[in-house]
Design a protein around this ligand. Structure first.
Ligand SMILES: *[C@@H]1O[C@H](CO)[C@@H](O)[C@H](O)[C@H]1NC(C)=O
Ligand SMILES: *[C@@H]1O[C@H](CO)[C@@H](O)[C@H](O)[C@H]1NC(C)=O
Ligand SMILES: *[C@@H]1O[C@H](CO)[C@@H](O)[C@H](O)[C@H]1NC(C)=O
Ligand SMILES: [Zn+2]
Ligand SMILES: [Zn+2]
Length: 441
């Protein structure tokens, strides 16, 4: 245990010895408190975004709201990058260039939260299907927090120097938006950042920020698989090759990759999220379509799992006498999120001083995935990504007491996902502003 006296002496000692190189979090706290905009305004911005969600690649209204906000502040705004992506640049003397990223897209999920500002929106998706749409992943909180942070940092401009970039990214859910922005010449339009920072709301107690150095979110690969059999009458299986039975063997056997082939202790997840074949009970169909999703943490395990997947699918088809090879098509893919060690350690200690050690948790190694890293790895600069809590404190404590966090707290992508507005927004605004100021002062 450290006594306050020792802390005081060492703080003074450090100030004398090292001069003014590291900003003190107390100073940054003062800057944030002096310049944080009125939260009730951002509460209405949030409710408005929440009730008007837009699917990936269709975020035109959301992008419009963010662009207008940045223009009004005097940022130089570049719109329509990689679809509806946009970036606002604010130059304030020489110094580091820091990029803050928020994703904008929503999901094809019917919101069932019962909130007064719940979404009732519908959109025609990229397959031409009319879908309910909601912000079940909380990207509306990210957009709101970054808009408020832009206002805060703009207002505090006499306290920092360098270049601030606020980037609003489309199409995160398909893992395509960051790459689309880079491919569309993002870094020919705006300065290359020295550091990329981003954050995500998550189903833990509101007021908490969670960080982790090194790998913190998995790589993800998705596949369409078509298994070909020979259809026929359900009463005469001897004249057919039944693709439903082959698919069943495939689905069960794929799980043995994780339990029997991957080394215990390594992380791998294989999910078959969709199986479709046939339409009636007495007809054996010609083919079955599967959709697979795979999460891994290292390139070695990734190659191993993908090779085993291919081997098992092909071999099961052959074992059943299928006359045509299955077709395996990669659909979307996300890279591993591997937070820079030095950068993340600096942020974690700034968050600990600011929010209190009790409110800074370890992110752990999530099997969720993100494409934020592409904004950094495409130009070889470090990045750090953290989570902030969105669950009402009483609900959280109650679920923890009952030992039922996973069943009582709706997670991202649940139709019941409903972040409590405060202190969630304030935590997200303060966290991303503090992170930027840590490297701009
Ligand atoms: C940043 O902008 C503010 C306000 O315009 C100004 O006071 C400050 O000197 C600027 N900093 C630098 C380094 O240009
Ligand atoms: C995967 O299958 C879906 C239909 O189930 C189709 O819309 C999509 O285009 C396919 N993707 C690829 C890359 O083949
Ligand atoms: C929600 O998203 C965050 C960040 O992507 C992730 O860490 C977390 O695991 C997700 N939660 C669920 C339930 O998917
Ligand atoms: Zn999501
Ligand atoms: Zn998300």
């Amino acid at each position: 245990m450290t006594s306050p006296f020792v802390v005081l002496v060492s703080a003074i000692g450090q100030a004398v010895v090292t001069g003014h190189t590291q900003p003190s979090v107390e100073n940054l706290k003062q800057i944030i408190n002096d310049h944080r905009p009125k939260l009730d305004h951002y509460e209405s911005v949030y409710k408005n975004l929440h009730s008007r969600p837009e699917l990936g690649c269709m975020e035109s209204e959301t992008a419009g709201v963010a662009a207008e906000h940045l223009k009004n502040l005097g940022f130089e705004v570049h719109e329509g990058i990689g679809g509806h992506g946009l970036a606002g640049v604010f130059k304030n003397g020489s110094g580091r260039t820091i990029l803050l990223r928020a994703d904008m897209d929503a999901l094809a999920i019917l919101e069932e939260t019962g909130l007064s500002y719940a979404s009732r929106a519908r959109m025609i998706d990229d397959q031409g299907v009319d879908q309910p749409v909601s912000h079940a992943c909380g990207h509306d909180t990210h957009v709101t927090c970054l808009m408020a942070a832009a206002t805060l940092l703009h207002s505090a401009k006499s306290s920092w120097k360098g270049t601030l970039i606020c980037l609003f990214q489309p199409d995160e859910e398909h893992g395509a938006g960051a790459q689309a922005m880079v491919d569309d010449g993002l870094y020919k339009k705006i300065p290359k950042p020295d550091i990329v920072l981003g954050q995500h709301v998550t189903p833990v107690r509101s007021g908490v920020v969670a960080t982790r150095s090194g790998p913190c979110m998995s790589a993800a690969d998705s596949f369409n698989v078509t298994i070909f059999g020979r259809g026929g009458h359900g009463s005469q299986p001897q004249n057919t090759v039944d693709p439903v039975l082959i698919a069943s063997h495939v689905i069960i056997r794929l799980q043995s990759i994780v339990s029997r082939e991957v080394k215990p202790g390594e992380i791998a997840v294989i999910t078959c999220g969709s199986i479709h074949g046939g339409g009636t009970g007495n007809v054996i169909p010609d083919q079955v379509d599967l959709k697979l999703n795979i999460r891994t943490y290292t390139p070695e395990v990734r190659s191993q799992v993908l090779a085993s997947m291919k081997r098992i699918i092909e071999s099961e088809c052959e074992a059943s006498g299928a006359e045509r090879k299955p077709v395996i098509t990669a659909t979307d893919s996300f890279p591993l999120t591997d937070n820079d060690q030095g950068l993340t350690d600096t942020l974690t200690s700034a968050f600990q001083s600011y929010f209190g050690a009790d409110n800074v948790w370890d992110m752990g190694r999530a099997t969720a995935s993100e494409d934020v890293s592409i904004l950094a790895t495409s130009i070889g600069v470090p990045y750090s990504y953290w989570n902030f809590g969105g669950t009402d404190e009483d609900k959280w404590e109650d679920a923890v007491r009952k030992g039922k966090v996973t069943s009582l707290i709706p997670g991202n992508h649940s139709s019941l996902f409903a972040p409590v507005i405060e202190p969630t927004l304030r935590t997200g605004i303060d966290a991303i502003s503090l992170a930027a100021l840590t490297f701009l002062t």
